[in-house]
Design a protein around this ligand. Structure first.
Ligand SMILES: CC(C)(COP(=O)(O)OP(=O)(O)OC[C@H]1O[C@@H](n2cnc3c(N)ncnc32)[C@H](O)[C@@H]1OP(=O)(O)O)[C@@H](O)C(=O)NCCC(=O)NCCS
Length: 169
């Protein structure tokens, strides 16, 4: 039974572990590199977890299988009166052993519900073009394509196109 819940302030180590697992499993799906995550000092993980408990402008969700992190999703609301109606979804990942069972949908739906409760009007995200499982997950939840940025990322000497998606809540 997978438990999806907000990270707790003292769970920086779990966040680091799940990000490293995501970047090992799906390095091309994310903008950060494994080495960048590895190099982040311990206090950075502590602050990210503390900021991600969902009480302020950010929420980090963990999917846990008997305490072991097997998935995550993050959402952050922009700051400032004129931008607080916008949020960005990031870091969505599910361990391959748990895929196809609704965990990704549960993570993203829970993040969207958090945003809805905060009167966010639009949720944005970037996804690598032709990344089918991710695109279908987002499309099923109502995201639509806004544009493609052909220079979204630069990986091993080549440009990688990123699709910009938006969901109006
Ligand atoms: C994308 C990802 C998070 C989906 O997680 P998941 O737990 O397998 O997804 P779910 O089981 O909740 O499926 C939700 C929807 O996604 C779609 N989907 C999931 N896996 C799919 C696949 N392999 N092929 C096509 N569609 C797929 C389905 O449309 C499904 O909708 P349905 O339940 O109405 O049929 C997972 O494949 C993953 O971690 N991929 C690598 C990392 C990544 O690409 N992250 C996104 C970065 S933007």
């Amino acid at each position: 039974m997978i438990d999806v819940r907000a990270i707790q302030a003292d769970e920086g180590h779990l966040l680091r572990a799940v990000r490293l697992a995501a970047l090992t499993n799906a390095p091309d799906s994310f903008l950060e590199t494994y080495q960048e995550v590895l190099d982040d000092p311990a206090d950075v993980w502590t602050s990210r977890a503390a900021a991600g408990v969902g009480e302020g402008d950010a929420l980090i969700l963990l999917a846990l299988d008997e305490g072991r992190p097997v998935g995550m999703a993050g959402i952050a609301r922009e700051i400032g009166q004129r931008r607080r109606h916008r949020s960005t979804l990031w870091g969505v990942w599910v361990d391959p052993s748990q895929r196809g069972r609704g965990v990704g949908r549960q993570l993203v739906s829970t993040a969207l519900e958090w945003a809805r409760q905060r009167e966010v009007r639009a949720v944005y995200l970037e996804v690598v073009e032709n990344e089918d499982p991710a695109r279908s997950l987002y499309t099923r939840l109502g995201f639509v394509r806004r544009e493609v940025d052909p220079f979204g990322a630069h990986v091993d000497g080549r440009d990688v196109a990123l699709e910009h998606l938006v969901l109006v809540l």
